[in-house]
Design a protein around this ligand. Sequence first.
Ligand SMILES: NCc1[nH]cc(CCC(=O)O)c1CC(=O)O
Length: 312
Amino acid sequence: MQMPDQTHPLKIGTRGSPLALAQAYETRDRLMAAHGLAEAAFEVVVIKTTGDKVLDRALKEIGGKGLFTREIEEALSSGAIDIAVHSMKDMPTVQPGGLILDCLLPREDVRDAFVSRQVGSIHELPQGAVVGSSSLRRRAQLANRRPDLKLVEFRGNVQTRLGKLDDGVAVATFLAMAGLNRLGMADVASSAIEPEEMLPALAQGAIGIERREADDRVAALLAPIHHAPTGMRLAAERSFLKTLDGSCETPIAGLALIEGDRLWLRGEILRPDGSDAIRGEIRGALSEGAEIGDTLARQLMAEAPKDFFDWR
Ligand SMILES: NCc1[nH]cc(CCC(=O)O)c1CC(=O)O
C-alpha cells in the first residue's frame, strides 16, 4: 500500500470549530499510531459549511439535511480532500453517490450534559424557568417532561452558550458530554443526563470517517482504526433514524447498547411541542442492527396517531 508522506500527505477535511478540529486531530493521531506515520504525512483542511456561515437563524429554518456536511462532501467527491471527519449525529442517514461512511472511532460518552450556573439538574429547575436550546429533540423532550419550563432558542458554540447563561438569557442549557469531554471541558457540565431519563440523539458521541467508495488505498488505511462495536450500535441507531426519515434536527432520540452478544435498542419519537412521546425497545443479534432499527421504527410509527408526523 502506498503510504501518505510529507510530499503526498493524506488530506483530512473538517469543519473549523474547536470540536471538529479535536475530532480531526484524534483521527490523525489514530492513523499515525496504526501505521507508524509522522504528523507531516497528514494535512488538516478546514472547510466552512452552510451551518457554520448562518448563525442568526434556527437550524430547522435554514432547512435540509446535511447543513454541516454538504461542502465537505463536495470536497471529498472532487478529490480536494481524501477523508472527511464528522460527528455522526450530524450525518444524514444516506451518503451522496460515490461516498461511504464505514469507519467509526470508539464512541465517547453518549449522554447529554445539563449545564447551569445555578442548579444541578433538570429536577432542580424552578417552576417556569427559562431553558435555552436550539435542538428540536432536546426541546421536545424537555417540554414533554417539564411542560412548565419556558424554552428559548440558543445557538452558537460552547463559549457563546455559556456567555448567554452568564448574561441571564436562560438558567440552563444542554450540550453533549462527548463534545465537552473532547474539548477538555467536562467540568462545565452540572450533571450528565442518564439515557433512562432522556435518550440522546441517535449516533451521539460517535466520530465517523467518510471516504470515496472506490478509493481502495484509503479504505485499507482506515480499516485498522475502525471500532466494530461502535459500528454495530450505529447500524441499529441509523437504521432507526432512516426508517423514520429523521435527521439530527427532528425530535427523535435513541440509543443502542451491547449486552453480551445482543444489541439492545431503545427509541423515542416526539411531537415538537412535547405534548406526546412514543417510546419502545427491541433486542437482536449483534449483526442485525439494521433490521432491529428498522423494526423498532415501524413499531413506533404504527403506534403513533395519524397526525403525529404532521410536523415533517
Ligand atoms: N449538532 C451539533 C453537535 N454535533 C455533535 C455534537 C457533540 C459531539 C457528539 O455528539 O459527538 C454537537 C454539539 C452538541 O450537541 O452539544
